[in-house]
Structure formats: C-alpha cells, structure tokens
Design a protein around this ligand. Sequence first.
Ligand code: PRP
Length: 205
Amino acid sequence: MKPCIALTKGRLEKQFLEYFQSLSYDIEPLKNKGRKLRVETDDFLFVFAKGVDVTTYVEHGIADLGIVGEDILAEFQPDVYSLFPLPFGQCRMALAVEDGKEWPNRKRRIASKYTNITKEFFRQKGESVDIFKLEGSVELAPILGLADGIVDIVETGTTLKENGLVVKEEFMQFSARIIANRSSLKIKRDVLAPVIQSFQKGVSV
Ligand code: PRP
C-alpha cells in the first residue's frame, strides 16, 4: 500500500510543493487538485488538512507521515514521532502590541491561537495574564480592544505591519517538520524508510 502523507493546507502546502518538486517528485496531480482533499500520486496518497488535524491523523495512524509546523507541535504536543525539520515554513513566535501604545501597568490581556505557549511564556516571566483564545485573525484583538497584546507566529511581518502592530518580544523559532505515526515506522519500515531518507537528503528515491 502507498504511504499516506497528511499535508497542512495553506501556506505550508505551497512551500511543501516547491520543496517536493525540488526533490524531483511529480507535483502536477497535487497542483491541479482543485478542492479535492485526497489525492493519489504514483508514489503516495496525500490528504490535506489543517495543521492540528494533520497531527490527529498521524497520531491515529490514518496517515503514516505528516508535514506540519513546529508551532502546532509545541502547542498541542501530539503523540507522534517528530522526525526532523524541513527547509521551509520558517517563522517565529512573538508577543506583539499596538504600535505606540503603552504596555499597561495592570493585569494584561493576551489574545492567541496558542494558549498553551502563551501560558508557558508568561509563566516563565512570573506574570499572571488573562488569555483569550481566538481561532484566527488574532491581530484584530488589540485593535478592537479585546486584548493588550497577542502571541502569534510572525513569518514576513506583513500582517502585523498592515494592522499597526509591532513585535515586543520574539521567543521561539519554528520551521515545517516531518512527523510519523509511531507504529507505521515499525510496521511499514520498508516502504517508509526510503521516503524519509529522500526527505532528509533532499532528493527523491
Ligand atoms: C498566520 C499568523 C499571522 C500571519 C503571520 O495567520 O497567525 O496572522 O500568518 O504571517 P506574516 O508575518 O507573513 O504576515 P494565517 O495566515 O495562518 O491565518 P489566520 O489569521 O486565519 O490564522
């Protein structure tokens, strides 16, 4: 059976396709998939999901391998085998605030998609904050007055800039990573080992 690889949709997906092509794999079926969430190529079965769902599919062995941001692994700590970082998807985690606005001298309110990372960040500072969980467009929270700051990933910095926010502190660096289901690695070793090797060496098998 072909190995099943779960891919994170969106930004990482594009970067993965470029990387995959650079390994001399044929990416045409993936480029032309339209709205399909499951695509079979000569070598693999690909499924497309949100980052955190990629880890769920890999954790439960539905997908043998997954391509996911390290931010997701740090936040949700799924029970998967984290193989190695890939040369794309670089970003950092930052605390950002409204440009020119004073950092208040009371209990601060922080909005984030990454509540565990936020909790740990402020715990290490010895600061108690109120955390608001959002699912996206987190930059809105300070502008609309929900929060004093946000903890979020910054890649190019464009979203912060275009919404009048600036980085106050950067504290983690991430890239994309290849993860594997623990038992797939043992049971399907023959078929997975060459694939993993090709990703590691940056060449196709
Ligand atoms: C992420 C992140 C920032 C943005 C940063 O959001 O949450 O909003 O990308 O990227 P930049 O520094 O290159 O501007 P994403 O695009 O994943 O969408 P979301 O707001 O729906 O989470």
